[in-house]
Design a protein around this ligand. Structure first.
Ligand code: NAD
Ligand code: TYD
Length: 352
């Protein structure tokens, strides 16, 4: 079986749902269920014994060792993390704990387990670490996209903590020979994304007639990767990636933030007209401190070495995403609970 961490979060739950749909192999899902973890994302699997959910913290070495010993995974997909840049600015401590200490403890557990395996299983074992393009820092408009060879220049507590975890993963391969794989993907979007990130925040605010808060001048650029394309890339790296290597995963969709917000408003205007004009909700607010201007990802390596490419364009992916949020408004209401409202106050009140 395979073991995933953070499988009740946005990307993790999409990965688990696809895995169960495409393979007979069981998947053990370790998740602490922070504000970002949501078992509702996996409600389709409630009676499915192929998915084994364990509520646990990756920082807890004893529990991790027991889970590894009991389930004997052939591979680990490590996605558990604190993942939101704005939260890392308001409170970096949890990011250091989960992203750095948690990754370290998980690596230690995996290393001891891996060493105890018979040779055939030891050779086949993989530890796949899911990281981000943000570790490479920021690009100006005319610089070429990040390749796997770019130096790490993280600018936020979030990206610094991810870069630190990447370094640990690298060291565990170099020093101990643990068969690691690391992926650096761009901004994901799609179903089940918590509405603190740009795209789901804009969709849910627009549907409630609330302001659409654009940071600074809205001219920052991100590359957007449809979450199911990301999941197919991870399966591809797990199956064919070379241990010790890192792979960039991009969506070939560089867009200005303002362009994204306009696109969402226009789709909603067409698909869900109301008695106000969605674009009139756009509100410019104070910029994010240390805001990275542009991310862009060069995915030639995964394309040429492993034959992966994204299936969705931004136009098809954003259409499906807006439809999902329109059809799952109860999910949205459920996650916009007390904790969510507290976060909205922390991040947005006083910013306009
Ligand atoms: P998410 O915040 O939606 O989910 C993270 C999950 O990890 C949650 O279910 C949470 O409960 C769990 N978790 C947090 N701390 C834990 C701990 N100590 N022990 C066990 N579980 C814990 O994140 P996501 O957007 O799904 O991102 C998944 C991974 O992909 C992260 O490593 C993130 O850095 C990376 N990534 C995400 C994006 C993106 O656009 N979302 C882009 C690049 C990289
Ligand atoms: P986000 O989804 O938080 O991802 P990241 O910071 O990891 O790229 O933000 C994407 C972009 O959208 C980023 O440039 C910040 C901007 N943004 C806004 O303009 N307003 C918002 O309310 C949010 C959450 C993000």
């Amino acid at each position: 079986m395979i073991l995933i961490t953070g499988g009740a979060g946005f990307i993790g739950s999409n990965f688990v749902l696809e895995w169960v749909g495409q393979s007979d192999e069981p998947i053990v899902n370790i998740d602490k269920l922070t504000y970002a973890g949501n078992l509702q994302n996996l409600s389709l699997l409630e009676r499915n014994t192929q998915h084994i959910f364990v509520c646990a913290d990756i920082c807890n070495s004893d529990e991790m060792s027991k889970i590894f010993a009991h389930h004997q995974p052939r591979a680990v997909i490590h996605m558990a993390a604190e993942s939101h840049v704005d939260r890392s600015i308001h409170g970096p401590e949890d990011f250091i704990q989960t992203n750095i200490t948690g990754t370290f403890r998980l690596l230690e557990t995996a290393r001891h387990y891996w060493r105890s395996l018979p040779e055939e299983l030891r050779l086949a074992f993989r530890f796949l670490h899911v990281s981000t393009d943000e570790v490479f820092g920021t690009l100006s408009a005319d610089e070429s996209a990040f390749t796997e060879k770019h130096c790490f220049r993280p600018n936020s507590p979030y990206s610094a903590s991810k870069a630190a975890s990447d370094c640990l993963v690298r060291a565990y391969h170099h020093t101990y020979g643990l068969p690691t794989l690391t992926t650096h993907c761009s901004n994901n979007y799609g179903a089940y994304q918590f509405p603190e990130k740009l795209i789901p925040l804009m969709i849910t605010n627009a549907l409630s007639g609330k302001p659409l808060p654009v940071y600074g001048d809205g001219q920052q650029i991100r590359d957007w990767l449809y979450v199911n394309d990301h999941c197919s890339a991870i399966r591809c790296v797990l199956e064919k990636g070379r241990p010790g290597e890192t792979y960039n995963i991009g969506g070939r969709n560089e867009k200005l933030n303002l362009e994204i917000v306009h696109t969402i408003c226009d789709i909603l205007q067409r698909e869900h007209p109301v008695n106000y004009d969605y674009r009139n909700l756009i509100t410019y607010v104070a910029d994010r401190p240390g805001h990275d201007r542009r991310y862009a990802v060069d995915s030639h390596k995964i394309h040429h070495e492993l034959g992966w490419e994204p299936a969705e364009t931004f136009a098809t992916g954003i259409g499906k995403t807006v439809q999902w949020y329109l059809q799952n408004q109860e999910w949205c209401r459920n996650v916009q609970s007390g904790e969510y409202r507290k976060w909205v106050e922390t991040n947005y009140i006083g910013r306009i």
